[in-house]
Design a protein around this ligand. Sequence first.
Ligand code: SF4
Length: 392
Amino acid sequence: AVWVSEVMLQQTQVATVIDYYNRWMQKWPTLQALAAASLEEVNELWAGLGYYSRGKRLQEAARKVVSQLAGRMPRTAEDLRKLLPGVGRYTAGAIASIAFGQATGVVDGNVIRVLCRLRCIGADSSSPAVIDRLWDMANALVDRSRPGDFNQALMELGATVCTPKAPLCGECPVKQYCRARHRKLFGKPTPVPDVEDCGAGDCPLCPKATEPWDSSLGVTNFPRKAAKKQPRAERTATCVLERRGRRGVPEYLIVQRPSSGLLAGLWEFPSLLLAPGLREEEQREVLADHLRAWTGQPVETGSLCFIGEVIHVFSHIHQTYVVYSLSLDGDMALDPASSPSRWVTEEEFHASAVSTAMKKVLRARERQRGEQSGRAKGSKRKRGAKSGAAGS
Ligand code: SF4
């Protein structure tokens, strides 16, 4: 349970995780149950939580524990990291200290902030020198008798008191040790115990001379981060292909993504990454070509109905989906030689392993359908009004 919650909470807020966590633990309460699940089931449950490789690796690791480690979970941070796929330094420390009581520290975003402020560490907090020093500090500070409680308390301090923008220094239980607060109150740094050891001028922990203390920022001068890399922009043409299914209910074609890379193994509407600089007509042509491979029949560019653009930001990609729809009249034989594909109703779509981005695409299609039927009703009413007027 600690392992599952730690993995789900990476890059994801508690409020979002709770429902996923409860459903996961109900479905797979033991390592053995998780090891017996299929990747498809894991992806379905994970759908919408993002960073999909996390769920996949959790399950791979559970299988490894069951099949190669005789069902015995490694119990130290070193072994957890060494033996289990997807378990990094933080997750290993959290599981070992919280679940197994090992006196080992953890460093997450909250701990980075608290420790950088406590010690006025002003160099880039993502640099290896700073990260290594923070781990040394966390390992030295951790309470030997209650390491799990200590680590959670330190993270909670960062989440609730030593917050990024408006820290509550007056209420902080460690304020008397805090060098950033001292500097804010007294306008100068606390004296360094032995300046000879400091490596002044070339210190990998001190702020650069070009980034002096800004007194208007107070303690929020720390931590400092290197400028974030901008996500790269991509455009993808996607088509909501639909047909009338049984009892006239709309059905959509979804296809499975490759088993590695972004959104590995998830399902999506037929989509195609667009080369930069394509004009609208060219986009239609390449999408029509792509659809021909799925439908096995020619697709006229003019039959593609443009819906709009849907934007979804992944951690490193600013993705714009250029969305079209296409309604098919007859039945369509799916080519079993191409990647897996299937027709789904709206309900089945939402129960499938589809990303949040694809749910946004379907919402855009539904909005368009609503507008179209609104227009159709409006025009019917108008016609009726006309004929009434003519009659009178
Ligand atoms: Fe953070 Fe303020 Fe506490 Fe220092 S005194 S650790 S800056 S909340």
